[in-house]
Design a protein around this ligand. Structure first.
Ligand SMILES: *[C@@H]1O[C@H](CO)[C@@H](O)[C@H](O)[C@H]1NC(C)=O
Ligand SMILES: *[C@@H]1O[C@H](CO)[C@@H](O)[C@H](O)[C@H]1NC(C)=O
Ligand SMILES: *[C@@H]1O[C@H](CO)[C@@H](O)[C@H](O)[C@H]1NC(C)=O
Ligand SMILES: *[C@@H]1O[C@H](CO)[C@@H](O)[C@H](O)[C@H]1NC(C)=O
Ligand SMILES: *[C@@H]1O[C@H](CO)[C@@H](O)[C@H](O)[C@H]1NC(C)=O
Ligand SMILES: *[C@@H]1O[C@H](CO)[C@@H](O)[C@H](O)[C@H]1NC(C)=O
Ligand SMILES: *[C@@H]1O[C@H](CO)[C@@H](O)[C@H](O)[C@H]1NC(C)=O
Ligand SMILES: *[C@@H]1O[C@H](CO)[C@@H](O)[C@H](O)[C@H]1NC(C)=O
Ligand SMILES: *[C@@H]1O[C@H](CO)[C@@H](O)[C@H](O)[C@H]1NC(C)=O
Ligand SMILES: *[C@@H]1O[C@H](CO)[C@@H](O)[C@H](O)[C@H]1NC(C)=O
Ligand SMILES: *[C@@H]1O[C@H](CO)[C@@H](O)[C@H](O)[C@H]1NC(C)=O
Ligand SMILES: *[C@@H]1O[C@H](CO)[C@@H](O)[C@H](O)[C@H]1NC(C)=O
Length: 839
């Protein structure tokens, strides 16, 4: 039996579910009522209760706008004709035209929808038009034949994308729900996945004949209603929407830090410790109970705990992310106080020294980071026994895998005692939990900052952009929110600074909206309804490779099972925890709910030498939970993360509705990256073979590691770990003078006097482990570097904030102003000297 909670979780965390490139199962099918021939995909009832079918027919040849098809949906119905079935015209849920269909009396209702992120989709406002051709309904299924026009290219208020049938195949996503749609749409609970639909097989010369016969919505022999365009196309909004919120207090700050996550909280605390006035702005609502968070299940009512405090509820983010996940990103990101550190599984790793030495520039090598690191771990200690009685609960899964690794000669270590040992070793999992609850920056750095008079925290307030004159930032423009502020808040004249810590997606977006980034991205902002009229003049754009160098751990999920292992229903603990587990947790912070869901461990590591001379790190993270197609409750998923040494990179872009999207995935572009993933699986297969009772589910025993890896699509939905980094790379080689870096070794954005980025976006390359502790350490280190600049780093030497005509503005060892006076632009003279020349 399939566990319904597992299916629910699969919706959001695609990395928690195995992405199986299903072999082509399609066939050609001719509908008897209309004689229309479809290429048809059949999804079997093991994947979705009652099964589902989707088919399509295309015009005989690709021509014109290529923007229509005739479709077939056969959806399953529960008793009382309940249920909806839907497809995505782009494959994934976000940034794609979605179509939902369900039964309403004698009729079929359809609706086009669109979601900018992993949130309940809105009604689609573009011009897609559906005409019903025929339908039938019986007790178990409905069937709908329809014509879909303007369906392969979409535009939601400026967010445009398309999947025209001009290639070999269309990637289509499907989902079903056991009930009819609610408002807002609730997550689908009857399966979802994607499949490839070959284009050539769907093409048919009779298409024009079918269209002339049925395309106008002619009634068919059954009592099909006439043409029902499902959504009335509306025009794009006439102008930008205005900020909703109350006017911000008119106060200036020495430092404004944007984003209260793993980077922003420590940097804000350390800066405020120096006595400077600091404003920390968070877009999202409070999370932990101690910050007046309110989101919680019934059994936590009457306590000062929220869903974020309780380790065993951390997976709720994959079930219900409303009001927690960012809505302007096609990936999962926390838009809540604490950012990722409020919603993740709280893994807390002592950084691997080589991660700094290999990736980071001078001043950020392991020896340079040691002091910051020790400050971080003295404030946020780790524990691998989070239950307050010092016991570990339900460790059978750990024992099974550990026994195989040990038999194959892997060494058991306590990972945080020997952070440098990351080759053929395994360990229990260290967490930042403290007193049986989520701790981390929210329970330490933010607490000390909050106690200072010179510190302020504004929540529920988004930031639109930084305000700047050339390279000098004078403040930030706010974008309101639920109870938040609007208006401009300034930094102290001349000496004030702004620090972006909004995460890889958030900081990149702020830089783009502030006119800092590649021209093609800034052009999108400048053409947008929302920002077009008010964006900084293109003559002042700063051309830096923001959004490039995107990376994430490449995730590959394997599944085994063993009779010793049993699934603990952490998902069920949301609404209906096992009474004794609830009691011991609430009274003593003991028991399994003091451990992260879904029972994580062992963690294990290996280094794979590449033929390109690069040693690549693999981290394996095991957990007690099946991943499709495995369903057995004695299953364990082992996620492999390819980290340090990976040579593939992607791109993060912005669309016309100002939503962020991954325009190029950072996964497996190089053969050596692929080889490392394959070799790691082969090595693990060797180890697992030492314990005969362990059965492979994914990959199946008769599938080679290489065939398996080649069969998993290289898409974000299938490969992400949500450890996104790298879009504002730190380095000594300014991209303004021919290099590759966006921020200097003080984390200051090149070409600006006083704008800094302190979060995961500055990582030049990936690391071995989950990144939270590294990001907090970067916050500590960056704060020291920024404070050490005094006020000279803002380029105020000589009483001016800008370099004069023909004066130096950049170069090796240069510390003065980097922005030129009006009419002049900083131009490279040679590799170590730039000067202000007339525009
Ligand atoms: C479908 O095609 C068959 C055989 O060509 C023909 O007998 C039948 O009348 C057609 N039905 C419709 C609805 O066009
Ligand atoms: C109900 O409709 C579906 C889809 O059209 C069809 O496959 C199925 O055979 C029908 N069931 C019955 C009992 O007629
Ligand atoms: C429908 O919208 C698309 C863009 O999404 C556009 O290319 C097309 O011209 C529009 N068609 C009509 C008929 O308005
Ligand atoms: C911010 O500074 C600008 C000048 O740079 C000034 O015009 C504006 O009034 C200031 N706003 C606030 C809220 O202090
Ligand atoms: C939460 O409540 C408990 C007991 O009711 C109390 O001991 C604890 O200090 C409170 N914690 C916070 C952060 O308010
Ligand atoms: C939480 O609520 C208390 C009581 O209303 C208030 O004093 C405190 O300032 C609030 N804390 C935050 C972070 O808003
Ligand atoms: C399974 O459990 C039994 C009984 O506790 C134990 O003896 C055996 O070693 C376990 N097997 C593995 C592979 O952990
Ligand atoms: C932008 O700057 C250019 C060059 O300085 C100037 O010619 C143009 O008028 C400015 N545009 C606006 C809208 O201010
Ligand atoms: C909590 O701990 C106390 C002291 O060890 C013990 O007496 C009590 O039974 C525990 N409560 C629960 C619900 O386990
Ligand atoms: C990988 O390379 C390192 C350094 O050259 C070497 O010490 C190690 O033995 C190699 N590992 C394997 C498995 O070949
Ligand atoms: C595991 O699945 C079996 C068979 O479906 C079921 O009988 C058993 O109760 C399940 N065990 C757990 C721990 O959920
Ligand atoms: C592997 O075995 C399964 C049945 O056990 C079979 O369905 C499948 O086709 C086989 N795959 C390959 C690649 O041989």
């Amino acid at each position: 039996m399939r566990n319904p909670h597992i299916m629910k979780s699969a919706l959001l965390l695609s990395s928690l579910f195995t992405p199986f490139a299903r072999a082509q199962t399609g066939d050609l099918y001719t509908d008897s009522k209309t004689n229309i021939t479809f290429w048809r995909e059949t999804i079997d009832s093991a994947q979705t209760k009652g099964g589902m079918q989707w088919g399509y027919a295309l015009p005989g040849t690709a021509s014109g706008t290529n923007d229509e098809y005739i479709g077939l949906i056969v959806g399953s119905l529960q008793s009382g004709h309940k249920g909806w079935s839907g497809i995505s015209h782009g494959g994934g849920m976000p940034n794609s035209l979605l179509l939902m269909a369900w039964v309403d009396g004698e009729n079929i209702k359809t609706e086009f929808r669109y979601a900018s992120g992993y949130v309940a989709p809105d009604i689609y406002t573009g011009n897609a038009t559906l005409t019903q051709i025929s339908h039938s309904i019986n007790d178990t299924h409905f069937s709908l034949v329809y014509r879909c026009r303007w369906c392969w290219a979409w535009n939601q208020n400026g967010a445009t994308s398309q999947q025209l049938p001009t290639g070999d195949s269309q990637v289509i996503g499907w989902a079903q729900n056991l009930d009819v749609p609610s408002n807002p749409i609730r997550e689908h609970n009857n399966g979802q996945a994607q499949f490839g639909a070959p284009v050539a097989s769907a093409r048919n010369a009779a298409y024009t004949e079918w269209v002339s016969k049925y395309g106008g919505g002619v009634t068919t022999p059954t009592s099909t209603p006439t043409s029902t365009p499902t959504s009335t196309p509306t025009s794009t909004p006439a102008g930008p929407t205005t900020c909703v919120g109350t006017p911000a207090p008119t106060q200036t700050f020495d430092y404004i830090v944007v984003g209260a996550g793993a980077g922003g909280i420590p940097v804000a605390d350390k800066l405020s410790e120096s006595g400077k006035s600091v404003l920390l702005i968070e877009k999202g609502p409070p999370s932990l109970g101690r910050w007046n968070g309110t989101m919680k299940p019934k059994w936590l009512e009457g306590t000062n705990l929220t869903r974020f405090d309780v380790p065993g509820l951390c997976n709720q983010i994959w079930v219900d992310s409303a009001g927690v996940a960012c809505t302007d990103i096609d990936q999962m990101a926390g838009c809540v106080l604490g950012g990722g550190t409020a919603v993740n599984a709280a893994l807390w790793w002592k950084p691997v020294p080589l991660d700094w030495d290999y990736n980071f520039p001078a001043g950020w090598k392991s020896a340079d980071m040691a002091a910051a690191e020790s400050r971080v771990f003295s404030r946020i200690p780790w524990t691998d026994h989070p239950s307050m009685d010092g016991k570990l609960y339900k460790q059978e899964g750990f024992d099974v895998i550990a026994s195989a690794l040990a038999a194959d000669g892997w060494k058991s270590v306590t990972a945080n005692d020997v952070p440098e040992q990351k080759n053929r070793v395994y360990s229990h999992t260290p967490f930042m939990y403290s007193h049986g609850q989520r701790g981390g920056p929210l329970a330490t750095y933010l607490v000390s900052a909050y106690g200072r008079k010179n510190f302020q925290l504004w929540m529920n307030t988004a930031v639109r952009r930084v305000i700047r004159t050339k390279g000098h930032i004078t403040g930030v423009e706010l974008d309101g929110g639920n109870g938040g502020y609007c208006g401009v808040v300034n930094v102290t004249a001349n000496t004030g600074r702004v620090i972006l810590s909004a995460g890889t997606f958030g900081s990149t977006k702020l830089l783009y909206r502030s006119g800092i980034g590649p021209k093609e991205e800034l052009q999108v902002v400048s053409n947008s309804v929302q920002d077009g009229l008010s964006m900084i003049n293109s003559s002042d754009w700063i051309d830096l490779p923001v959004g490039r160098n995107l990376n994430d751990h490449v995730n590959t999920d394997l599944v085994i099972r063993h009779p010793n292992v049993s699934f603990y229903d952490f998902y069920g603990a949301w609404s209906d925890p096992i009474k004794s587990d609830e009691d011991t947790y609430l009274s003593n912070r003991t028991g399994i709910l003091a451990q992260s869901a879904p029972n994580i461990g062992p963690m294990f590591w290996e280094i794979i030498n590449g033929t390109d001379g690069i040693a690549r790190s693999l981290q394996w993270q095991a957990r007690v939970e099946p991943s499709p197609p495995a369903t057995d409750n004695t299953s364990m998923t082992m996620s492999q993360y390819l980290g340090r040494g990976s040579t593939s990179r992607g791109t993060l872009s912005i669309n016309g509705a100002l939503s962020m999207y991954v325009s190029k995935v950072p996964y497996l572009h190089t053969q050596e990256d692929i080889d490392a993933v394959v070799k790691g699986i082969e090595n693990l297969q060797k180890a697992i073979a030492k314990v005969p009772g362990i059965i492979w589910e994914v990959p199946a025993p008769n599938v080679t590691a290489r065939d398996f890896v080649n069969g998993v699509p290289v898409t974000a939905a299938k490969r992400r770990s949500n450890h996104w980094i790298g879009t504002a790379k730190i380095g000594t080689d300014s991209a303004l003078t021919g290099g590759t870096s966006v921020v200097d070794t003080n984390t200051k954005v090149y070409g600006t006097d006083n704008l800094f980025v302190v979060d995961a976006s500055i990582f030049p390359g990936h690391i071995v482990t989950n990144p939270s502790a590294y990001i907090v350490t970067i916050g500590e280190q960056a704060a020291s570097k920024i404070l050490a600049l005094g006020t000279t780093g803002n380029g105020q030497t000589g009483g001016t904030t800008m370099a004069g005509a023909y004066k130096q503005c950049s170069g090796r060892g240069y510390k003065g102003p980097t922005t030129c006076i009006d009419g002049y632009t900083c131009k490279v003279w040679n590799s170590h000297y730039s000067l202000c020349l007339p525009n």
